[in-house]
Ligand binder design. Structure first.
Ligand code: PNS
Length: 165
Protein backbone atom coordinates (compact mmCIF):
# COMPACT_ATOMS: atom_id res chain seq x y z
CA UNK A 1 0.00 0.00 0.00
CA UNK A 2 1.47 3.35 -1.02
CA UNK A 3 0.67 6.09 1.46
CA UNK A 4 1.37 9.71 0.48
CA UNK A 5 1.30 12.80 2.68
CA UNK A 6 0.22 16.10 1.12
CA UNK A 7 1.43 18.75 3.58
CA UNK A 8 0.71 22.45 3.56
CA UNK A 9 -0.64 25.48 5.36
CA UNK A 10 -4.05 25.26 3.59
CA UNK A 11 -5.03 28.64 5.07
CA UNK A 12 -7.63 28.07 3.63
CA UNK A 13 -7.94 25.21 1.12
CA UNK A 14 -8.47 26.45 -2.46
CA UNK A 15 -9.67 24.69 -5.61
CA UNK A 16 -5.98 24.44 -6.58
CA UNK A 17 -5.26 22.36 -3.45
CA UNK A 18 -8.38 20.28 -4.05
CA UNK A 19 -7.24 19.49 -7.58
CA UNK A 20 -3.90 18.20 -6.24
CA UNK A 21 -5.72 16.13 -3.57
CA UNK A 22 -8.00 14.52 -6.17
CA UNK A 23 -5.12 13.74 -8.52
CA UNK A 24 -2.96 12.34 -5.70
CA UNK A 25 -5.90 10.18 -4.56
CA UNK A 26 -6.06 8.72 -8.08
CA UNK A 27 -2.35 7.80 -8.00
CA UNK A 28 -1.74 6.63 -4.41
CA UNK A 29 -3.62 4.05 -2.31
CA UNK A 30 -4.06 6.47 0.57
CA UNK A 31 -3.48 10.22 0.84
CA UNK A 32 -3.11 12.02 4.16
CA UNK A 33 -3.62 15.75 3.82
CA UNK A 34 -1.56 17.22 6.64
CA UNK A 35 -2.10 20.74 7.92
CA UNK A 36 1.17 21.89 9.41
CA UNK A 37 2.97 24.93 10.68
CA UNK A 38 4.89 27.06 8.23
CA UNK A 39 7.06 29.14 10.57
CA UNK A 40 7.18 31.88 7.91
CA UNK A 41 3.40 32.43 7.84
CA UNK A 42 0.86 33.85 10.30
CA UNK A 43 -2.33 31.83 9.73
CA UNK A 44 -5.84 33.28 9.56
CA UNK A 45 -7.52 30.02 10.61
CA UNK A 46 -6.63 27.63 13.44
CA UNK A 47 -5.26 24.21 12.53
CA UNK A 48 -8.58 22.62 13.61
CA UNK A 49 -10.58 24.99 11.39
CA UNK A 50 -8.34 24.21 8.43
CA UNK A 51 -8.63 20.46 9.03
CA UNK A 52 -12.42 20.75 9.20
CA UNK A 53 -12.63 22.71 5.94
CA UNK A 54 -10.40 20.19 4.10
CA UNK A 55 -12.33 17.24 5.55
CA UNK A 56 -15.57 18.67 4.14
CA UNK A 57 -14.05 19.29 0.72
CA UNK A 58 -12.55 15.81 0.48
CA UNK A 59 -15.35 13.81 2.17
CA UNK A 60 -16.31 12.16 -1.12
CA UNK A 61 -12.78 10.74 -1.62
CA UNK A 62 -12.67 7.46 0.34
CA UNK A 63 -8.88 7.12 0.38
CA UNK A 64 -8.20 10.65 1.68
CA UNK A 65 -7.75 11.47 5.38
CA UNK A 66 -7.00 14.80 6.97
CA UNK A 67 -4.76 15.38 9.94
CA UNK A 68 -2.54 18.06 11.45
CA UNK A 69 0.74 18.13 13.30
CA UNK A 70 3.29 20.47 14.81
CA UNK A 71 6.91 19.55 14.21
CA UNK A 72 9.00 18.10 11.42
CA UNK A 73 7.23 16.88 8.31
CA UNK A 74 9.62 13.95 7.84
CA UNK A 75 8.83 12.69 11.34
CA UNK A 76 5.09 12.91 10.71
CA UNK A 77 5.51 11.04 7.39
CA UNK A 78 7.42 8.26 9.13
CA UNK A 79 4.89 8.01 11.99
CA UNK A 80 2.13 7.52 9.41
CA UNK A 81 4.09 4.71 7.68
CA UNK A 82 4.22 6.82 4.52
CA UNK A 83 7.21 7.24 2.20
CA UNK A 84 5.95 9.94 -0.15
CA UNK A 85 5.46 13.68 0.17
CA UNK A 86 3.22 15.24 -2.48
CA UNK A 87 3.56 18.89 -3.40
CA UNK A 88 1.88 20.98 -6.08
CA UNK A 89 3.94 23.17 -8.39
CA UNK A 90 2.16 26.19 -9.86
CA UNK A 91 4.89 28.13 -11.60
CA UNK A 92 8.63 28.50 -11.98
CA UNK A 93 8.53 30.89 -9.02
CA UNK A 94 7.51 27.95 -6.79
CA UNK A 95 10.39 25.85 -8.02
CA UNK A 96 13.23 27.20 -5.92
CA UNK A 97 11.51 26.78 -2.56
CA UNK A 98 10.02 23.39 -3.50
CA UNK A 99 13.44 22.21 -4.67
CA UNK A 100 15.03 23.34 -1.41
CA UNK A 101 12.29 21.69 0.67
CA UNK A 102 12.52 18.41 -1.25
CA UNK A 103 16.30 18.25 -0.88
CA UNK A 104 16.16 19.18 2.81
CA UNK A 105 13.49 16.57 3.50
CA UNK A 106 15.57 13.98 1.70
CA UNK A 107 18.59 14.92 3.80
CA UNK A 108 16.47 14.57 6.96
CA UNK A 109 15.15 11.18 5.81
CA UNK A 110 16.63 9.62 2.65
CA UNK A 111 13.84 7.03 2.52
CA UNK A 112 11.20 9.67 1.83
CA UNK A 113 10.57 10.74 -1.77
CA UNK A 114 8.94 14.01 -2.84
CA UNK A 115 6.54 13.72 -5.77
CA UNK A 116 5.54 16.97 -7.46
CA UNK A 117 2.22 17.33 -9.29
CA UNK A 118 2.09 20.24 -11.71
CA UNK A 119 -0.92 22.49 -11.20
CA UNK A 120 -3.46 22.85 -13.96
CA UNK A 121 -2.93 26.17 -15.78
CA UNK A 122 -6.36 27.40 -14.60
CA UNK A 123 -5.09 27.20 -11.00
CA UNK A 124 -1.53 28.34 -11.60
CA UNK A 125 -2.23 31.89 -10.36
CA UNK A 126 -4.19 30.75 -7.31
CA UNK A 127 -2.89 30.88 -3.75
CA UNK A 128 -4.47 31.02 -0.30
CA UNK A 129 -2.75 34.38 0.25
CA UNK A 130 -4.24 36.05 -2.80
CA UNK A 131 -7.69 34.61 -1.99
CA UNK A 132 -7.43 36.04 1.55
CA UNK A 133 -6.40 39.42 0.20
CA UNK A 134 -9.33 39.55 -2.22
CA UNK A 135 -11.79 38.35 0.45
CA UNK A 136 -10.49 40.89 2.96
CA UNK A 137 -11.20 43.66 0.47
CA UNK A 138 -14.68 42.41 -0.35
CA UNK A 139 -13.80 41.04 -3.81
CA UNK A 140 -15.39 38.07 -5.58
CA UNK A 141 -13.70 34.77 -4.70
CA UNK A 142 -16.22 32.59 -6.57
CA UNK A 143 -14.52 29.83 -8.57
CA UNK A 144 -11.40 30.02 -6.39
CA UNK A 145 -12.67 28.35 -3.21
CA UNK A 146 -15.83 26.42 -2.32
CA UNK A 147 -18.92 28.15 -0.94
CA UNK A 148 -18.26 26.85 2.58
CA UNK A 149 -14.68 28.20 2.52
CA UNK A 150 -15.89 31.51 1.08
CA UNK A 151 -18.38 31.79 3.97
CA UNK A 152 -15.62 31.11 6.52
CA UNK A 153 -13.49 33.84 4.91
CA UNK A 154 -16.35 36.31 4.83
CA UNK A 155 -17.17 35.63 8.48
CA UNK A 156 -13.52 35.97 9.52
CA UNK A 157 -13.07 39.24 7.68
CA UNK A 158 -16.38 40.60 8.94
CA UNK A 159 -14.82 40.28 12.41
CA UNK A 160 -11.24 41.29 11.58
CA UNK A 161 -11.68 43.07 8.24
CA UNK A 162 -8.72 44.71 6.58
CA UNK A 163 -10.86 46.93 4.39
CA UNK A 164 -10.19 50.17 6.27
CA UNK A 165 -6.60 49.50 7.22
O1 PNS B 1 1.51 25.44 2.06
P1 PNS B 1 2.92 25.82 2.41
O2 PNS B 1 2.93 26.93 3.44
O3 PNS B 1 3.73 26.15 1.20
O4 PNS B 1 3.58 24.52 3.08
C1 PNS B 1 4.89 24.54 3.61
C2 PNS B 1 5.03 23.43 4.65
C3 PNS B 1 3.99 23.63 5.72
C4 PNS B 1 4.82 22.08 3.97
C5 PNS B 1 6.46 23.48 5.27
O5 PNS B 1 6.62 24.72 5.91
C6 PNS B 1 6.68 22.33 6.26
O6 PNS B 1 7.03 21.24 5.86
N1 PNS B 1 6.47 22.60 7.58
C7 PNS B 1 6.64 21.58 8.62
C8 PNS B 1 7.97 21.82 9.36
C9 PNS B 1 9.14 21.21 8.60
O7 PNS B 1 9.30 20.01 8.48
N2 PNS B 1 9.98 22.11 8.03
C10 PNS B 1 11.11 21.72 7.21
C11 PNS B 1 10.72 21.68 5.74
S1 PNS B 1 12.11 21.34 4.70
Amino acid sequence: MTIAVYPGSFDPITYGHLDIIERAAAVFDRVIVAVCLNPGKQPLFTMEERVEMIARESARLPNVDVNCFKGLLTEFVKREDARIIVRGLRAISDFESEFQMALMNRKLDPEIETVVLVAQPKYSYLSSSIVKEIASLGGDIGGLVSDQVARHLQERFALHGLRDE
